[in-house]
Design a protein around this ligand. Structure first.
Ligand code: ATP
Ligand code: SF4
Ligand code: MG
Length: 329
């Protein structure tokens, strides 16, 4: 992908086991361009966080990472830890699901922000303080000077997540990885964080990889989306293409789990069956035991990528697109 801030190609992550090894990621390819928000969706255990960790060079031992991950053209796979530390918080920053746990409860927001800014931008204490104030203003925290004096427990969950976004952006990263950053927040605060991220991507031309299990949020926030199942991306494309015309039966089922407007969460349907364990991924298409369209071919042969439309790729033998798919090169 030309102009990609993040380019992932043939990424595989394997963990050795006593009986058998676990293939957590089984050949992941995607890119995120400047100013673009890319959604990574899928059920629990499909490998979303592992993809994020790999992009930050943070796969725990004894995990083995192969393939290529480039951030602004610089290879992450195999890079020495000291250089990775400089990239993290510099070119790439990350925010997580539980904002409270991402902050040190014993230091004020100001102490934490100033330390991070000084570490990555070699500025004086007073310059770092001014940068922290302006970053808090950018994420619309009221009275930033006062907020810097507060300890994490004196801020609300939404304020902390905003502060963490400010902290992440204080070092001017080109790429922000957000792993379920709104899951722990109530719906109103969720919507505020989603619109904040959209504005920041547009204004700062930030590339954002947004991980979620919620296709509803993807349709509000993202430009493009990649749907993961059992360690692979099974469908990807523009949000309009994938959500309006899903080609993969798994995407269609995930869409069926999104509550419609006016329908409560209690009406949420789940997909029968489970994501397979990475140690026991079935042969052929890994989704075949949960798929209504599965045939004998699906049980034996791994599907190849098919182009279902402009910028829309589906990994399925029997796609549900209206257009005739062609084989991806
Ligand atoms: N350190 C590890 N060692 C071995 N297996 C791991 C390790 N970390 C994660 N896994 C396994 O990798 C698979 C993918 O995990 P991952 O955390 O990426 O899922 P996820 O898509 O982020 O799920 P969730 O939506 O629940 O956060 C899971 O089966 C998980 O058990
Ligand atoms: S390849 Fe077969 S089993 Fe897999 S999603 Fe497509 S139709 Fe279903
Ligand atoms: Mg996760």
């Amino acid at each position: 992908m030309s102009g990609a801030v993040l380019q992932v190609s043939g990424l595989e992550v394997t963990f050795p086991g006593i009986v058998r090894s676990s293939s957590i990621l089984r050949g992941i390819d995607f890119g995120v361009r400047q100013g673009e928000v890319m959604g990574l969706v899928g059920e629990s255990g499909c490998g979303k966080s592992m993809t994020a960790n790999a992009c930050l060079g943070m796969v725990a031992r004894p995990g083995r990472v192969t393939g290529s991950i480039k951030i602004e053209g610089q290879e992450v796979v195999g890079r020495p830890e000291a250089q990775l530390r400089t990239m993290r918080g510099g070119q790439v920053a990350m925010i997580f699901q539980n904002p409270m746990r991402s902050m040190n409860p014993f230091f004020t927001l100001g102490q934490q922000m100033i330390d991070v800014v000084r570490c990555h931008r070699s500025s004086s204490r007073s310059e770092a303080h001014s940068i922290a104030v302006s970053e808090l203003k950018a994420v619309r925290i009221p009275d930033p000077e006062l907020a810097l004096e507060k300890y994490p427990h004196q801020l609300s969950g939404g304020q902390i997540q905003r502060a963490l976004i400010a902290l992440a952006l204080a070092c001017r990263p080109r790429l922000l990885i957000a792993d379920e950053p709104t899951t722990a927040l109530d719906v109103t605060v969720q919507a505020q964080i989603v619109s904040l991220l959209r504005r920041l991507a547009d204004e700062k031309e930030l590339a954002v990889l947004f991980i979620t299990h919620d296709l509803g949020i993807v349709s509000q926030l993202c430009d493009r989306v990649a749907v993961m199942y059992a360690g692979r991306i099974v469908e990807s494309g523009s949000v309009d293409a994938v959500i309006d015309h899903p080609g993969h039966p798994y995407t269609a089922k995930l869409l069926g789990t999104v509550p419609a407007v006016g329908r409560g969460a209690r009406d949420l349907v789940s997909i029968p069956g489970h994501v397979p364990s990475p140690a026991y991924v079935p042969p052929g298409c890994a989704f075949h035991d949960r798929c209504d369209r599965a045939t004998g071919l699906c049980e034996e042969v791994h599907p190849t990528a098919l182009i279902s439309g402009p910028d829309h790729v589906t990994l399925c033998h029997h796609t549900i697109c209206d257009q005739q798919p062609t084989e991806a090169s």
